[in-house]
Design a protein around this ligand. Structure first.
Ligand code: PSU
Ligand code: MN
Length: 341
């Protein structure tokens, strides 16, 4: 692929892809605009090591001096986090790519852009915190603030492993939009609850359960891999959202966080915070009010998602490998038949 030559792949990522070893990508807007310094860099380094410990290669995506990187060295990661702290990193989605490259800027890749870079590089799985979505009325129902993450999911075949859409959003509208875009949304039924259809709840990012039913559920992470594998058999060009409830010991209580989120949304409305600024504004407001509890919950769920993504990616690669083996066996069997005839 010609575009792949433009990407800067680390040697680790290139080798893994060439050898068809599992790779999971990671985004960098969460470093530049989602979490405070220095927790952001600690999180980024730790999540990479969680993946490596599982035998999976991490590929943190970012623009550095206008160049799209897939995989960062440790020193690139540090420089990126420092530049973020100085306000020298842009939040970059599909529409900003040409501008950022032309002006040699640094960019934190959102979920939408991390999906694009992952797909260009040949990576199918991506772990992060919470999905972007349809913002709540801000101001009024006409704001049209719908995250580019949702349209990207409709046209780029990458699976996003996250803790659901961020609870700062309008979750029912987010789900409707994903359905229109043809995106699979499923929730990990970790406790194997015997739930009737429509009763398994989507996780609420900070909380284990939102009050919105998940369109689908899956009881094991291997099942998630099979869903992706079958979808890929038809070469569909849309993505998937696999929601993993945040860990029990760090998830926040629904009653506690709901009021705080509502208040933060009201303040954003009063202060007319719009567009790209809205999500970072809400996250940092909530971090302040909860005295860092939301940051702690956020970091813990990203790590948990990376662990789940590692298992899903490994199961998927195993399925691909056995499909290749049986294809080559049947090819050699038919060769034998031709020789014997
Ligand atoms: N997950 C987190 N924190 C974040 C994000 C995800 O735990 O900050 C980022 C992702 O990059 C996502 C973006 O794409 O928030 C959504 O921004 P917006 O609502 O402006 O599309
Ligand atoms: Mn937006």
């Amino acid at each position: 692929m010609k575009q792949r030559n433009i990407l800067r792949l680390t040697e680790e990522v290139r080798n893994a892809l060439n050898l068809r070893k599992p790779v999971v990508s990671l985004e960098s807007t969460i470093i530049s605009h989602g979490l405070p310094y220095p927790q952001n860099i600690d999180m980024a380094v730790e999540v990479e090591s969680i993946l490596r410990d599982q035998g999976v290669t991490p590929a943190t995506c970012a623009f550095i001096d206008g160049r799209p990187h897939v995989g960062l060295t440790q020193s690139d990661l540090l420089r990126f986090a420092e530049a973020s702290q100085l306000g020298k990193v842009h939040k970059v989605s599909r529409g900003d790519i040409g501008f950022v490259m032309a002006n040699k800027l640094n960019g934190g890749t959102t979920i939408s852009l991390t999906m694009i870079l992952s797909h260009l590089a040949g990576i199918k799985f991506f772990a992060t915190g919470g999905l972007g979505g349809v913002h709540r009325d801000n101001p009024g129902e006409t704001s049209m603030d719908i995250s580019a993450d949702l349209t990207e999911l409709g046209r780029t075949p990458v699976s996003v492993i996250c803790a659901g859409p961020k609870s700062i959003l309008d979750i029912p509208r987010t789900l409707e939009f994903l359905e229109t875009q043809g995106v699979f949304v499923g929730t990990y039924n970790e406790d194997k609850k015997q739930v009737a259809q429509n009763e398994l709840k989507l996780p609420g990012f900070y909380t284990r359960e939102s009050n919105v039913a998940s369109p689908f559920g899956f009881d094991t992470l291997e099942e998630a891999a099979r869903i992706v594998f079958n979808q890929q058999l038809l070469n569909l060009q849309s993505g998937n959202v696999f929601c993993i409830p945040p860990p029990k010991d760090t998830a926040l209580n629904n009653d506690f966080i709901t009021l705080i989120i509502d208040k933060a949304n009201e303040e954003a409305k009063e202060n007319r915070i719009l567009g790209k600024q809205l999500t970072p504004y809400l996250l940092s407001k909530i971090a302040k009010v909860t005295k860092g509890q939301s940051v702690h919950a956020n970091i813990s769920l990203v790590k948990n998602n990376a662990l789940a993504a590692a298992t899903i990616a490994k199961s998927y690669y195993a399925l691909e490998e056995s499909a290749r083996e049986s294809a080559s066996e049947s090819a050699s069997e038919s060769e034998m038949k031709t020789v014997c005839m």
